[in-house]
Design a protein around this ligand. Structure first.
Ligand code: URP
Ligand code: ZN
Ligand code: ZN
Length: 460
């Protein structure tokens, strides 16, 4: 498979220039001006478009048994949706229940993805309990190419680990050079606030954010980073939503803790009033940490522009509005948590971030692709356009105008949280290791082409 992209306005996180890109055998083999097309090559003229390295979503739940149900996408629909939106690599959270061993969890998630994934994928290995058996299995899982763990300080009685388990997980991670991603909310505070709200008759969707105020998240960040400071492990805070939590992360950094921060497209664009919508519509916007007061959005945008926040993910966790969200009709604590976004992250970040001048083109590439590749040990295979890198490319059309709608989406869920929002650009061509997988909004790739990405942990 040989592909030549001509007249490409190539945008990397640290450079921008015009050239042709030759892709052979799945890799970028040459970048130059005036490359003659090899015989049999497909030629794509990128005049008037930008060419970005394939975007990386650092946080997805394509397969997620959670709160008594399962997230709606499977690896085929979820990764097709990712590709249509320009995402060519996903980091999936492997979230075994506490009754499952890490080895069983790893095998189960691999089986879900194999033969179905249309884009490449890597795993953050969820550590939902820790004992000698788990430790031995985690070592094997790291040896098999998983370079990051995931812990939950939230979800009491489900995925959450206690403090001794957290200490042991971080100590093992430090020894192995593995970075630990973490959901930072104090589970005891959440449980007590939930009880109080329900006792006061607050059963609706608007109570969700009151059960998880910013202080609960800031405590979680402080908690995690204190353990990181004392174990020396490197940590990555997933789905950071508010000023208080960011300040706790910055304070940890000033104490010498190696901590990275991810925010989500949901927190940048939506605020808590969406979760207060009447007739249970707010359930579409119930996720944890919850959507915040709108004043936090500027803080997060500034965090991205200044480098305090490294990545924008989706935490894609799709649950239908009909049939799944109503599990919590009479009790907000039972609403399956999650807002799908895998398909729209890039177009929204482009429209609301780059077009508004909040982010430069290079910063856009950094926070949506390169930084995740670097933090999670995939760079320079992913996250950059240069010879030797995988030929994951997004030819992006800035003249496209469209509107987001569930009616036209690829992801397999019955609503879109960004319904009706305008987008001012979209990928016109997306490639997966040199194969064209998307043309003008439609998937045209190969189901099952996506590969599990083995990584060597570098966080020592
Ligand atoms: O509400 C959320 N975030 N759902 C997905 C699970 C998680 O906490 O990441
Ligand atoms: Zn989480
Ligand atoms: Zn998540």
């Amino acid at each position: 498979m040989t592909l030549l992209i001509t007249n490409a306005d190539i945008v990397n996180a640290d450079s921008r220039f015009t050239a042709d890109i030759l892709c052979e055998g799945g890799s970028i083999t040459r970048i130059d001006r005036g490359i003659a097309p090899p015989s049999g090559a497909e030629v794509i003229d990128a005049t008037g478009k930008h060419v970005f390295p394939g975007f990386i979503d650092p946080h997805t739940h394509i397969y997620l048994p959670f709160m008594g149900t399962f997230s709606k996408d499977d690896y085929e629909t979820g990764t097709k949706a990712a590709l249509v939106g320009g995402t060519t690599t996903i980091f999936e959270m492997v979230c075994p229940s506490r009754s499952m061993s890490p080895a069983e969890g790893f095998a189960l998630w691999r089986a879900q993805a194999e033969g179905k994934a249309c884009c490449d994928y890597a795993f953050h290995m969820g550590v939902t309990r820790f004992d000698a058996d788990a430790a031995a299995q985690l070592r094997e899982i790291v040896a098999a190419g998983v370079g990051s763990f995931k812990v939950f300080l939230a979800y009491k009685g489900a995925f959450g680990v206690d403090d001794a388990e957290l200490w042991q997980t971080l100590s093992l991670a430090k020894e192995l050079g593995v970075i630990v991603t973490a959901h930072c909310e104090n589970e005891t505070l959440v449980a007590e606030l939930q009880k109080q709200l329900l006792a006061d008759g607050r059963t609706g969707t608007d109570a969700h954010h009151d059960s998880r105020p910013p202080a609960v998240e800031a405590e979680g960040v402080h908690h995690l980073t204190t353990f990181a400071q004392l174990t020396g492990a490197h940590v990555y805070i997933v789905h950071l939503s508010c000023r208080e939590a960011l300040e706790a992360a910055i304070a940890a950094r000033s104490r010498g803790v190696k901590v990275f921060v991810e925010t989500l497209i949901q927190y940048l664009l939506l605020d808590k009033t969406w979760a207060e919508r009447p007739a249970f519509e707010g359930a579409k916007y119930v996720m944890s940490p919850p959507l915040r007061d709108a004043s936090n959005q500027e803080v997060l945008w500034n965090g991205l522009a200044s480098g305090l926040v490294s990545t924008v993910g989706t935490d894609h966790a799709p649950f239908d509005f009909v049939g799944q969200k109503p599990m919590g009709k009479d009790d907000f604590t039972k609403i399956p948590n999650g807002i799908p976004a895998i398909e729209d992250r890039i177009n929204l970040l482009w429209t609301r971030g780059v077009k508004t001048g909040r982010l430069s083109l290079e910063q856009f590439v950094a926070v949506a692709s390169t930084n995740a590749a670097k933090i999670f040990d995939l760079w320079p295979r992913k996250g950059v356009i240069q010879p030797g890198a995988d030929a994951d490319l997004v030819v992006y059309d800035p003249s496209y105008r469209g509107t987001i709608s569930a009616r036209t989406q690829t992801q397999a869920v019955d609503y879109n949280a960004f319904e009706g929002m305008a987008i001012e650009g979209r990928p016109s061509v997306v490639t997966v290791r040199g194969e064209v997988a998307v043309r003008d909004g439609r998937f045209c790739g190969t189901v099952g082409r996506g590969r599990f990405l083995e990584r060597t942990p570098m966080h020592r």
